[in-house]
Design a protein around this ligand. Structure first.
Ligand SMILES: Cc1cc2nc3c(=O)[nH]c(=O)nc-3n(C[C@H](O)[C@H](O)[C@H](O)COP(=O)(O)OP(=O)(O)OC[C@H]3O[C@@H](n4cnc5c(N)ncnc54)[C@H](O)[C@@H]3O)c2cc1C
Length: 407
């Protein structure tokens, strides 16, 4: 690490720690339950579990907002702190160390809010930014379609202008939490000729959609863990005011690249969270399946995971160091995404192997270890090599750019 935190950075860290020391125990006393402590998704009882967990997340996000800690990178006039990149890193690390609860509107705070601040009209900002910040409504992000995932620009949901409204027809898929969202940021095609003109990145527009409007049907998809977290969405002559367009007509690709960019940074706390997971697994194994810890193969895997976690931590510091020197954080950011996907899956696989047969018991079973958390993670973590850019596509990006740099 070739940089040091400044006095101002350390003051920022102390202020955050003081606030967490004061507020987090009170919040946990009011909201904690073993099930709610599982931060990644809802419980196996489907809808009711999701709603319970979302209410807890709403309360935590509101608490953060009271302390001005919900959206620290946002402008001060919209409730942020205009945090520097170093402060963002400190924030991610401290929140991971304190194992803070999840937030209600991750899509809204990390992706859609910043885009509304950047692209929205004054009226749009006043209408939606406080709503996102204070967790008044839940937001989803509607990009993917059956024929437009990695190849997102192939999207075909059309929005045709009709006076001061657009009429939407088409289908989205894999849209997380759309069934409980009031609002969504969608990418739609306002120029249906663009694909046949071989200009598919053109003619895409970003629209904010009221998910309760007529002509919108959400069908939850049951995932590999038995939960209903993501959805198919069908638009049949759904009407959206033109005033809900974010950015200009045909500027949707630029708006989208902004949101995906936000998704791909901010992995600083992950190394800490992953190290905590490894410690938790080893402690559980001591109680549940101690002989596994004498197995040379398991011991080698633990050592490897520790090394990989440390590599991930250093990768983040190297990215930060480059940003502080005004250099591009290439290739650390795409590498960090790859590393996170790989490690999240490796740790979950290690967990079920190290915990023995009881580690395979799923949620609800009387003998399930740690409430079946690790078994669930074992299947759930498959998503890490798909969401926010698949592993194969990330590797393509790295290889393409590496070849360009070599030339
Ligand atoms: C848990 C979860 C939550 C999600 N939430 C949302 C959400 O809220 N909103 C949203 O819009 N989307 C969401 N998605 C969808 C996600 O963005 C897509 O799944 C992702 O972009 C991949 O698209 P696809 O599923 O169509 O796969 P495809 O793009 O069809 O890929 C299939 C396989 O082919 C490989 N492949 C594709 N192209 C190439 C290439 N050029 N070279 C090499 N290999 C290639 C891929 O790596 C993959 O292995 C979510 C997905 C998951 C798993």
């Amino acid at each position: 690490m070739d940089f040091a935190y400044s006095e101002a950075d350390e003051a920022f860290r102390s202020e955050l720690r003081d606030w967490l020391d004061e507020e987090l125990p009170k919040f946990l006393a009011e909201w904690a339950s073993p099930e709610d402590d599982d931060d990644d998704a809802a419980s196996s009882d489907g809808g009711a579990g999701i709603m319970r967990q979302m209410e807890r997340r709403r309360a935590w996000q509101r608490k953060l907002n009271e302390g001005q800690w919900a959206a620290i990178t946002w402008p001060k006039e919209w409730g942020g702190r205009e945090a520097s990149v170093t402060e963002s890193m400190i924030y991610a690390e401290e929140m991971a160390k304190y194992r803070t609860p999840g937030i209600y509107n991750a899509n809204g705070l990390w992706q859609i809010g910043p885009m509304i601040i950047k692209w929205g009209t004054d009226e749009q900002k006043e209408r939606w930014i406080p709503n996102i910040l204070n967790a008044d409504d839940h937001w989803c992000q509607g990009f993917s379609e059956p024929e437009a995932g990695s190849d997102l620009a192939n999207l075909r949901t059309v929005a045709i202008a009709d006076g001061d409204e657009c009429v939407l027809n088409g289908q989205k898929i894999w849209i997380s939490t759309a069934h409980i969202a009031k609002w969504g940021l969608f990418l739609v095609r306002t120029d249906p000729t663009a694909i046949e003109r071989e200009a598919k990145h053109e003619g895409i527009t970003a629209l904010i959609v009221d998910m309760e409007a007529d002509g919108i049907e959400c069908r939850p998809i049951r995932d590999i863990g038995g939960e209903e977290m993501f959805n198919e969405i069908f638009f049949t002559d759904a009407r959206v005011p033109v005033a809900y367009r974010l950015g200009g007509e045909g500027e949707g690709w630029q708006v989208a690249m902004g949101t995906l960019g936000h998704e791909r940074v901010g992995t600083a706390g992950l190394a800490i969270a992953m190290r905590q997971d490894v410690e938790a697994i080893i402690n559980l194994a001591r109680a549940e399946n101690p002989e596994a810890l004498d197995d040379p193969e398991i011991r080698a895997r633990i050592a490897r995971v520790h090394t990989d976690v440390e590599y991930t931590r250093l990768l983040n510091y190297r990215a930060l160091s480059k940003i502080l020197k005004g250099e591009k954080s290439w290739p650390e950011v795409p590498l960090a995404k790859l590393q996170w996907s790989h490690l999240a899956q490796t740790i979950a696989e290690l967990a079920v192997d190290i915990l023995g047969p009881a580690g395979m018991m799923s949620r609800g079973g009387p003998d399930a270890v740690d409430g079946g958390k690790w078994n669930r993670l074992h299947v759930y973590q498959r998503f890490t090599s798909i969401g926010a850019g698949t592993t194969e596509v990330q590797k393509n990006i790295l290889a393409d750019r590496a070849i360009q740099f070599e030339r």
